[in-house]
Design a protein around this ligand. Structure first.
Ligand code: SF4
Length: 327
């Protein structure tokens, strides 16, 4: 690990100013950053601890909806009563991630910024455009079983590892930030970037810009939501394919559907194609299969990961079966 300067921020303004000036990194739970610093994948010369900032509250918004501070721990968010009752998909996604110890440390803001689990990104012996722009991508001709089938490019095919972000994508979350040029509100779909020719840029944050909170809109009454994560082992494992869905069904017809996938995309993947195939249609096996096919129509498999396409389809179909039963 490289030597770095450590400081504690007392205010949001101070944290933003410090990181913008030093080119350093914010640290909260440290569950990603410290690992990657030990591996020399990330080498910030300055680390600004933001744990003392007042960003750790979950609040109901006056018009409905939820405001989640960036420092709310994943465990606290997963077990929050409002989240469990009104945003079940989010609670389930959080509890499917990592281990209890990690969830006790990991924060909402940090979870959104998790780095990929691509083996080649985490091993400095291999070429990786995300770690070192222009160096190549060892995954393209390597063992790419865990990599993306949606959103990849000739420069990078790494998946985004977060479960929480997939649920938030289906919930149409908004990310709120404070940066050197002031505050911004960014829809989660716009927050993440696909790799294109610049896989080192994973989101729209500028240097020094800090996530302060996330908001979730109020959901229509009768909304059902669920998260299903498929992986090689049942605990402490990243998704090979996951499905988050938020649906409203009335009289056997699907009124509203929000669909997102994890484990298959280079970012938490919202599927408007699947939503279009579902809305206004009867909740039937034929509709579900059509939606699943639409969701994966543009998927591009690599040598070892074609199985993910059918896996993701089945995850969506299972969730649709579960949430539309007797609705
Ligand atoms: Fe690096 Fe992306 Fe290629 Fe993995 S897939 S080696 S993260 S460039």
């Amino acid at each position: 690990m490289q030597v770095f300067r450590y400081s504690q921020a007392r205010t949001v303004d101070g944290a933003v100013e410090n990181v913008a000036r030093s080119g350093g990194a914010f640290i909260a739970g440290g569950t990603t950053l410290v690992d990657l610093m030990k591996l020399n994948v990330l080498q910030p010369t300055s680390v600004v601890d933001i744990n003392g900032l007042p960003l750790d509250r979950i609040e109901t918004l006056p018009g409905g909806g939820l405001r989640i501070g960036a420092l709310v721990r994943n465990s606290d968010l997963a077990w929050n009563d409002t989240v469990r009752q009104q945003y079940a998909v989010l609670s389930e996604a959080l509890l499917s991630g990592a281990s209890p110890q990690l969830r006790n440390m990991a924060t909402t803001g940090g979870n959104l910024l998790q780095k990929t689990r691509c083996y080649y990104f985490r091993d400095t012996n291999y070429a990786c455009n995300k770690r070192q722009p222009g160096s190549g991508c060892a995954a393209l001709d390597g063992f790419n079983r865990i990599h993306a089938v949606l959103g990849g490019s000739e420069h990078c095919v790494a998946t985004h590892p977060s479960d929480m972000a997939v649920a938030m994508m289906a919930l149409e979350a908004t990310v709120h930030t404070q940066g050197p040029k002031g505050e911004r509100a960014i829809t989660l779909d716009d927050f993440y970037l696909v790799p294109g020719s610049t896989p080192d840029r994973e989101n729209v944050l500028v240097p020094g810009e800090l996530i302060t909170h996330v908001t979730l809109p109020a959901l229509p009454s009768g909304t059902r939501s669920v998260y299903l994560k498929l992986r090689d082992r049942q605990q402490y494992e990243f998704a090979l394919a996951s499905s988050a869905i938020v649906v409203n069904v009335n009289g056997g017809s699907i009124q509203r559907a929000r669909i997102a996938f994890g484990g298959v995309g280079t970012k938490p993947w919202r599927s408007r194609e699947a939503e279009k195939a579902l809305e206004g249609q009867p909740a039937s096996p034929e509709t579900f299969r059509r939606a699943a096919d639409a969701a994966m129509a543009s998927a591009k498999p690599l040598k070892y990961n074609a199985f993910k396409i059918e896996l993701a389809k089945r995850a969506l179909i299972r969730n649709l079966e579960q949430t539309t039963q007797a609705a």
